[in-house]
Design a protein around this ligand. Structure first.
Ligand SMILES: Cc1cc2nc3c(=O)[nH]c(=O)nc-3n(C[C@H](O)[C@H](O)[C@H](O)COP(=O)(O)OP(=O)(O)OC[C@H]3O[C@@H](n4cnc5c(N)ncnc54)[C@H](O)[C@@H]3O)c2cc1C
Length: 279
């Protein structure tokens, strides 16, 4: 049934930006589809506590995701759980999306596909990117941003050990999160440029220099939490094409917060809505 329809707009990604866009677009058209490959809410799922979203103050990321899903269900807009592989122009000037559930045609497409963790160059089964991939043992968290601190707190609250190793300190971490890390007795090790890590057959090795002494520590897991990069399905569209646009963290050079992503989604959703009305 989906394949025969030509949608007014399709939003690729049901994270904060995609949800914001969908809720705004509903004011302009009911012929809108959200396509999400994993779960509504996107990366905010992994946040230990969300303090900056107006409707969801101090809820866990999991709870924010559930509530966003309810918003979408209540809005009456359909959600297709599928992966979008590529996005192409048709001869008629429409947009064709190739998805794991078949092809979909739309007048406008919005990429709200977010950012995924930057990968560590030496992949192995001990290297993880999301805290819920870690089931047991002691973890060295590498990174000094809010994502690293939030993930370490989540591990501690599950009764696991997590120490944070940072090269440049926690300059960009808000004070509420730092306080929580402190309350959970998370060790923050400022290792500077001396920080190195690698693996033996059964452990992760973390090494750094402190007061002219080389310190070597062993862990079961390494949670690599050092930045994120945009994820985009393949497309032959120029990104400034009038039929295709981007919203949320996928279009930012530096990852932003979920409230920013949501507002940006609303703004891009409104722009598409106005085009649909011919304004
Ligand atoms: C551990 C952690 C803690 C965080 N804590 C906070 C916090 O406390 N406060 C805060 O404001 N922000 C926090 N963030 C950041 C926040 O998650 C992001 O700012 C926000 O998720 C960005 O929203 P987005 O919609 O742009 O992208 P995303 O949330 O990444 O959503 C993109 C969605 O698109 C989907 N998608 C991608 N490609 C495709 C495809 N080809 N086909 C179909 N679907 C696709 C993805 O599955 C995903 O659901 C945290 C992030 C992490 C990882």
């Amino acid at each position: 049934m989906l394949r025969k329809n030509i949608f007014d707009a399709v939003i690729i990604g049901g994270g904060c930006a995609g949800t914001g866009a969908a809720l705004k677009l509903r004011d302009y058209s009911r012929n809108v589809l959200v396509i999400e490959r994993k779960r509504i809410g996107g990366l905010i799922y992994y946040a230990h506590r969300v303090s900056n979203m107006p409707f969801f103050k101090n809820e866990t990321g999991i709870s924010v995701c559930r509530r966003m899903e309810c918003f979408l269900i209540d809005s009456g807009l359909p959600v297709l759980f599928a992966e979008v592989y590529d996005v192409k122009k048709t001869l008629e000037g429409l947009v064709k999306l190739r998805t794991s559930e078949g092809d979909i045609i739309t007048r406008y497409a919005l990429f709200a596909t977010g950012r995924m963790p930057v990968k560590y160059e030496k992949e192995s089964k001990r290297i993880k990117y999301f805290h819920d991939e870690i089931k047991e043992g002691e973890t060295a968290v590498i990174g000094g941003g809010e994502v690293a601190v939030s993930q370490a707190i989540s591990l501690k609250q599950r009764g696991l050990t997590a120490d944070i190793f940072t090269r440049s300190g926690l300059k960009n971490v808000n004070s509420a999160l730092k306080r929580e890390a402190d309350m959970e007795n998370i060790k923050i090790i400022h290792a500077g440029e001396s920080l190195k890590f690698g693996e033996s057959s059964d452990k992760v090795i973390v090494a750094y220099r402190a007061k002219d002494e080389e310190i070597i520590l062993l862990y079961d897991n390494l949670l690599y939490s050092c930045g994120r990069e945009p994820v985009m399905p393949q497309t032959d569209f120029n990104i400034n094409d009038e039929h295709i646009s981007r919203a949320g963290t996928v279009k930012k050079e530096f990852p932003s917060q979920c409230d920013d992503a949501f507002k940006d989604g609303e703004a891009e959703g409104m722009k598409i809505g106005l085009k649909l009305r011919g304004e």
